[in-house]
Design a protein around this ligand. Structure first.
Ligand code: CA
Length: 218
């Protein structure tokens, strides 16, 4: 899952990036509103954490522009505690959730996880595909009740495929949503990753659509 963190306060941005990377998200950052709007409208993110008080272009305008363009990415906004009007405007403009500063990182991680689940049509932190269970909170997978030993990269791929169950996911998408930004996997690396995951969870769980990508289904 690929998340854009928009925050101009360096220390908060660092903490957010560290916490979200720690729970297995691929994190990208923007430090002002113009960059946020540019990235949000040209790149494909699974969720955006958006501070409303930003230089160059304020967060509310970023949110309004993205929604006007038809962008439906789940967005969690951060606001100052006293700024109740900002929160109301944020929700009116299409924010999916908000947190007031200062916030507890655990709460932000939990709320962002809930946003992603709702966007994927899942109601709990446990994703199910056939007899496979993916616990997105504890970052582990079980098949028929038995834990499967996965590397962080394998887990991220499994979660992304399960989140998009029934939909064909391209190699390009996997490169963007599963790999950390500084790694640029080639086609062979992705095929090898899919092969390793198949060996661990059962080859029939992931089908190849030649020339298109991979699809997970029971
Ligand atoms: Ca700010």
């Amino acid at each position: 899952m690929r998340v854009l963190v928009v925050e101009d306060e360096q220390s908060i941005a660092d903490d957010l990036a560290e916490a979200l990377t720690g729970v297995g998200y691929v994190v990208e950052r923007a430090a002002d509103g113009e960059e946020a709007w540019f990235r949000g409208s040209t790149e494909d993110y699974d969720a955006i954490v958006l501070d409303l008080s930003l230089p160059k272009l304020d967060g509310l305008s970023v949110l309004q522009r993205l929604r006007e363009e038809g962008n439906q990415t789940p967005i969690l906004v951060l606001t100052a505690r006293s700024a109740w009007l900002q929160r109301v405007e944020g929700i009116d403009a299409g924010a999916d959730d908000y947190l007031t500063k200062p916030f507890h990182m655990e709460e932000l991680v939990a709320r962002l996880g809930a946003l992603l689940r709702r966007a994927g049509g899942h109601s709990t932190s446990l994703l199910a595909v056939g007899d496979l269970r993916i616990d997105t909170r504890r970052l582990r997978a079980l098949r028929s009740g038995r834990a499967i030993d996965l590397t962080p990269l394998e887990f991220r791929l499994l979660r992304y495929l399960a989140h998009n169950k029934g939909r064909v996911v391209s190699q390009f998408e996997i490169a963007e949503h599963v790999y950390q930004q500084d790694r640029e996997p080639d086609s062979n690396a992705i095929e090898a990753l899919v092969a390793r995951l198949r060996r661990k969870i059962g080859g029939e769980m992931i089908a190849t659509r030649r020339g298109h990508g991979y699809v997970m289904d029971a």
